[in-house]
Ligand binder design. Structure first.
Ligand code: 1GP
Length: 241
């Protein structure tokens, strides 16, 4: 079986777009897991991301093992901090918050995670994580004590993404923040994509099929949606295979 990253690259070559459903362990009601994953399996979703800004210890571990019982899709950790790492998942976005200047989220948590990671088989995918202003304060901003990048200074966003690529990161993630009022604009997505040789992830504030298609058309290779499914599982209906 090919790895998660190789599959992303192969999908791009085949012009296939990817969708990750984000499950935040802190918000997800485990009682609904069977029905939720069933709908997810019947949808166009290609990945399950698990993570959140503030999650109690061990919750992720249990949740991921439950998810794995009901799906064949790759489960990828999208952790807010080192406590959310579990070897039950398939992969890990090793996120460096390159839009911010807080050393803890640029390299600190990463160093702290190594003793844990050494004992796992997780596919570790270095990811440049870029938080972009969206109209309201988001949990990422609060927890990491960093400022999002102003959405009008697009050149700075492009340069940050490119710096991430030159540093050897394998993915760039443009994040408006969970529940964002405004998703990352199509202008930002397309200008960043034009400059990058590596796959582009976009997430935050995407709630409709129309927004999803716009993000793909602008150049997002993989889109992450969380809140829309949390609030209304009928969104899966619109995204049937
Ligand atoms: C958040 O990008 C993800 O980290 C998804 O955001 O919850 O707004 O879909 P939403």
């Amino acid at each position: 079986m090919r790895g998660i990253y190789k599959n992303i690259e192969a999908s791009i070559l085949n012009a296939e777009k990817l969708l990750a459903v984000l499950i935040d362990p802190d918000k997800f009601d485990i009682k609904h897991i069977v029905g939720f994953i069933e709908k997810l399996n019947q949808s166009i979703a290609t990945h399950i991301f698990v993570g959140g800004s503030t999650v109690k210890e061990n919750v992720t571990d249990f949740l991921v093992s439950e998810i794995k019982k009901y799906t064949e899709l790759p489960v990828v950790l999208f952790p807010g901090d080192v406590t959310q790492i579990t070897n039950k998942a398939d992969g890990l976005l090793f996120l460096s918050l390159i839009s911010g200047r807080n050393p803890e989220y640029l390299i600190g948590q990463h160093v702290a995670s190594i003793s844990k990671l050494k004992n796992t088989n997780l596919e570790v995918i270095p990811t440049g994580y870029i938080l972009i202003e969206n109209g309201k304060e988001t949990a990422v901003q609060r927890v990491t004590e960093t400022q999002p990048m102003p959405k009008n200074n697009i050149q700075n966003i492009i340069d940050t993404a490119k710096a991430g690529e030159f540093l050897g990161m394998k993915l760039i993630y443009l994040e408006a923040g969970s529940g964002a009022k405004y998703a990352v604009t199509t202008e930002i997505i397309s200008l960043v994509k034009q400059e990058l040789q590596i796959p582009l992830i976009v997430g935050g504030g995407i709630r409709t099929k129309k927004q999803l298609d716009k993000a793909y058309k602008a150049g997002a290779d993989l889109v992450v949606v969380g809140t829309a499914f949390e609030e209304d599982e009928s969104f899966f209906e619109e995204l049937k295979k």
